[in-house]
Write a protein that binds this ligand. Structure first.
Ligand code: ADP
Length: 265
């Protein structure tokens, strides 16, 4: 609710009345406000790499291109910044696709245990020395109806964060817990953790706990927002638990469909 107060003043200067108007900030206004904020964020996120590139390109144009020492490193900066913009635009396109109402998921029954192993294997192949992967996964198959490409993206975003924030010698633990109607999937790291007051915000678009540091690590601030959209579209929930200096766990649920459900017919 927003209140506007105005005074009714006579020519003599006396105030003989006050009008208070109460505005109900409607859902639409909230949406408009979010949209304006989103556009401002996007513009800011794009302006930063663009202004960086402009200064390096200016320096190159003014003569640095002839300097064999400096030129390669200046070009490298412009390449890095270009890559960051491409990542950002790809993430934005992904979000806008998820936002559009006629976007359809193709959900098929998948043995989630096997699928999770496959995703973890992929990361284990590329991981640098110094991080250990631990799997706490059931032996038997658990069938869940998912859009494999989309859930791959969710896991990619969460696991790459876990790796990014893991210390040298850290362990990342992957697990699946089976309940009657859902599975709980988790990824637990031993990184620096997230302060309690920031914890619920990490799933918001563009939110980063430490802007300067995470930018350097190449983040767009959209990874977990995308993960949340995808999990909610699968009728699941996603949340984080964290302790500073101890580590972070990201959890998400996926419903287990019974064979009588419509989706399976
Ligand atoms: P980014 O692209 O910046 O990683 P995300 O949406 O994936 O964006 O994450 C949002 C923010 O949450 C990150 O910038 C980081 O501050 C914090 N965060 C996410 N995962 C972790 C983690 N495993 N450990 C510590 N901080 C994390």
């Amino acid at each position: 609710l927003r209140a506007t107060v105005s005074a009714i003043q006579k020519e003599t200067g006396f105030i003989n009345g006050i009008i208070i108007v109460l505005h109900d900030i409607t859902e639409q206004e909230k949406i408009d406000q979010d949209r304006r904020e989103f556009v401002a964020n996007v513009s800011h996120e794009l302006r930063t790499p663009l202004t960086t590139m402009r200064s390096y390109l200016d320096a190159l144009a003014e003569g640095a291109w002839q300097d064999k020492e400096i030129a390669p490193s200046f070009l490298h900066v412009t390449q890095t910044e270009t890559e960051r913009m491409i990542r950002l635009v790809n993430d934005l396109l992904q979000l806008s696709k998820l936002d559009s109402e006629d976007y359809r998921f193709s959900r098929d029954p998948v043995n989630f245990v096997k699928f999770y192993h496959y995703i973890i294997d992929r990361f284990e192949m590329t991981i640098e020395q110094g991080i250990t992967f631990v799997r706490e996964l059931p032996d038997e198959a658990i069938y869940v109806a998912v859009d494999q490409d989309k859930i791959t993206q969710v896991l990619d975003n969460i696991i790459s964060n876990a790796i990014k924030y893991s210390p040298e010698g850290g362990t990342i633990t992957f697990s699946i817990e089976q309940h009657t109607h859902e599975i709980v999937v988790s990824i637990k790291d031993q990184g620096m953790g997230i302060p309690k007051s920031n914890l619920s915000k990490i799933f918001e678009r563009f939110y980063r706990v430490d802007k300067a540091r995470t930018r350097k690590l190449g983040g767009t601030g959209l990874g977990l927002a995308i993960a949340k959209e995808i999990i909610e579209a699968h009728d699941g929930r996603i949340w984080a638990e964290s302790k500073e200096g101890v580590g972070t766990s990201i959890y998400f649920t996926l419903p287990i469909e019974s064979e009588n459900d419509e989706e399976w017919e």
